[in-house]
Design a protein around this ligand. Structure first.
Ligand code: ADP
Length: 273
């Protein structure tokens, strides 16, 4: 009889299909067995299931507090002087939800390849870094963190808004996970003709064992700290997807308690190789 099953062997998965072979009299005389290695597909499926479970959990937390607080307000059990504070909590949790949903949409668009047609613009990395600095300066000033952009012009072929988002997320983290009076230095340059951007901070640093997990969706070294600064745990996953889309890669160096350096390596602009 025909049979099909998924078998696992030494950490890999195989889709096995067996079919009988008959001779002229219709007597079974053998079998054809097909083994297809489906390990990558199984891994992707597992990641997708984990992502869905995480999304549901992350959405549920702010929604539960919004629902609880509005219930209290509706039932009139909140003292008038406390109403403003509770309304503020609803506002904060809603803002969290919006950021989270926006990040989820962005990631799924990147996964679906929605941006591949937008990646043929000329992007000046130094100029983009300067715009990011301008946008973050007010937030950085609250912690007295100084942002400096240095280096030389380097141009790549890519999506301007995507490159902006990638650098913004890296610099936003460099400010968020910094200390009072800290520094963020963004350096742009080329190494053997290939453009790179380095975002260096003098912040809290990252434990060595956490570094391999940084780009996983919803991974956070310190969940409470990330939450209190409005983090979603998706920023670096978005950063990595954008860099991959541009044919580049990212490296991380960090010293716990002293700071971290994220370096984005990008390929040459089209026509310059
Ligand atoms: P989040 O929204 O939590 O900031 P990210 O995906 O941007 O999510 O980053 C994942 C985690 O990596 C953060 O929660 C933080 O623990 C750590 N991290 C990222 N950038 C830095 C940095 N510059 N310094 C220290 N820790 C960082």
């Amino acid at each position: 009889r025909r049979g099909e099953d998924i078998l696992s062997l030494n950490g890999r998965y195989y889709d096995m299909t067996a079919n009988p072979v008959y001779d002229e009299d219709g007597t079974p005389c053998g079998a054809v067995i097909l083994a297809v290695d489906i390990t990558e597909k199984e891994k992707r499926e597992k990641l997708r299931r984990e992502f869905t479970a995480n999304v549901s959990h992350e959405l549920k937390t702010p929604l539960t507090s919004i629902s609880g607080i509005s219930d209290m307000l509706m039932n009139g059990i909140v003292a008038p002087e406390d109403i403003k504070g509770f309304a503020g909590d609803i506002n904060k949790e809603s803002a969290r939800l919006i950021t989270l949903v926006n990040d989820i949409i962005k990631l799924s668009e990147l996964d679906e390849g929605a941006y591949s047609t937008e990646t043929d613009e000329k992007v000046d990395l130094l100029k983009t870094a300067a715009v990011v600095k301008e946008r973050l300066e007010a937030i950085a000033a609250k912690k007295n963190v100084k942002i400096a952009v240095t280096g030389e012009d380097a141009e790549i072929t890519g999506g301007e808004s995507l490159v902006f988002e990638m650098l913004y997320n890296l610099c936003d983290n460099a400010v968020k996970y910094n200390k009072e009076n800290g520094n963020v230095t963004v350096s742009v340059g080329t190494s053997e003709g290939a453009p790179f951007v380095t975002v260096k901070d003098t912040g809290i640093g990252i434990p060595e064992d956490a570094i391999p997990h940084l780009f996983e969706r919803f991974y956070r070294v310190d969940k409470a700290r990330s939450r209190s600064t409005g983090g979603t745990g998706l920023g670096l996953a978005i950063v990595e997807r954008i860099i991959t889309l541009h044919g580049g890669f990212i490296t991380v160096e960090s010293e716990l308690g002293h700071g971290s350096t994220f370096t984005v390596h990008l390929p040459l602009a089209d026509g310059e190789e």
